[in-house]
Write a protein that binds this ligand. Structure first.
Ligand code: KG4
Ligand code: ZN
Length: 332
């Protein structure tokens, strides 16, 4: 079964072709980082316009790379939410048009479900597993019991982890997106140089919170001359990052222990963070657990995870029609 997957929920226009739910034969992404970089974050209106410009060439490119024509497709999967509504509408409308004109079945896919399942594009993992999804838009912890069976355990109460990275990078004039830059800069800094606060949640909660930390960094910078903190940039980055990683690792490990789950999967753009990977690997090894992280191209937004999720639904006989709408607040 050959499935085309299309993703336009935020600022990446992506398309991929997947064979039998396993083999990715094309996976293309057109990033908008340059467009949003001057603003230090995604500007929704600009994002939709970029999607309009790029979606057909990206779909065309993926089909050409895969050596498959539209007539060779058994189905199409497209993200229907959650995300920016203007961005979602571009992908969904284009796919409805293609599905109608060429009579190809299509399904609308939940973007969060796709992130939770993306690991299967890289390797087999047995159920159940805990999935920590940390990106620019989400910080969520789910127990994945089976395909289609997801239990919400916790989420951020304010900023997403990647959003905190991006905002702190903006304060420090490091550019957008900020995660990778802070990750790199931290390698030459001392993570114990500054003791930034860690949010503490009530007992039994697996929630996250990053806005207090972000504000603490803001105060730290404001209370000093620019030259003074510029000279300390790597230490600030490393200390901030250590606090983020502490706040991601602690609830995840606690949930794994309390629920007796032995496997943890990291996903979303922040899963590319070298310190998070290192700390999670050390912590899980000490507790006899496993940690799995898909390669960066499958952690960040991509069409392959949408195709994979769509493949499972199509196989179960689901078909969407032209009445399906985008849902910016779609939950799992
Ligand atoms: O999943 P993603 O590509 O897009 C969505 O947000 O949906 O994630 C992007 C986020 C950005 O906030 C970026 O700063 C962060 O992931 N990120 C990182 C790293 N690489 C990307 N954060 C920390 N360390 C990294 N190495
Ligand atoms: Zn995403």
């Amino acid at each position: 079964m050959i499935v085309l997957g299309v993703e336009t929920s935020c600022d990446d226009t992506a398309a991929a072709v997947l064979v039998d739910g396993r083999t990715v034969i094309a996976n293309l992404v057109s990033s908008q980082d340059e467009v949003h970089s001057p603003f230090g974050g995604v500007v929704p209106e600009l994002a939709s316009r970029q999607h309009v410009r790029h979606i057909l060439p990206i779909i065309d490119g993926a089909l050409t790379q895969a050596g498959v024509g539209l007539s060779g497709l058994d189905g199409i999967a497209v993200t229907r939410g959650p995300g920016l509504v203007g961005s979602l509408l571009v992908g969904l409308s284009v796919i409805k048009g293609i599905s109608y004109r060429w009579d190809i079945p299509y399904v609308g896919v939940n973007h969060l479900e796709a992130h939770l399942l993306a690991i299967f594009l890289d390797r087999e993992v047995s159920f159940p597993y805990l999935s920590l999804l940390a990106s620019g838009g989400h910080t969520l912890l789910y127990l994945v019991r089976d395909f289609g069976a997801y239990q919400y355990l916790g989420g951020t109460r304010d900023d997403a982890a990647g959003e905190a990275y991006d905002k702190v990078a903006k304060m420090m004039g490091l550019g957008y997106p900020g995660g990778r830059v802070i990750d790199q800069l931290s390698k030459s800094g001392n993570s114990r140089a500054i003791s930034f606060p860690r949010a503490r949640m009530k007992r039994g909660s697996y929630d996250f919170s990053f806005s207090g930390l972000k504000t603490a960094v803001w105060h730290y910078l404001k209370e000093r001359e620019k030259d003074a903190w510029e000279a300390q940039k790597a230490d600030i980055a490393a200390s901030f990052q250590e606090a983020v990683v502490d706040m991601l690792v602690a609830p995840t490990l606690r949930a794994a222990r309390e629920l007796g789950v032995k496997r943890i999967v990291l996903t979303g753009g922040v899963a590319a963070n070298s310190r998070l990977r290192q700390r999670m690997t050390e912590a899980t090894r000490a507790e006899g657990m496993e940690v799995h992280v898909p390669p960066p191209s499958l952690c960040t937004d991509n069409g392959a995870m949408i195709a994979l999720t769509g493949y499972h639904w199509l196989k179960r006989g689901r078909r969407d029609d032209l009445r399906l709408n985008a849902d910016a607040d779609l939950t799992l």
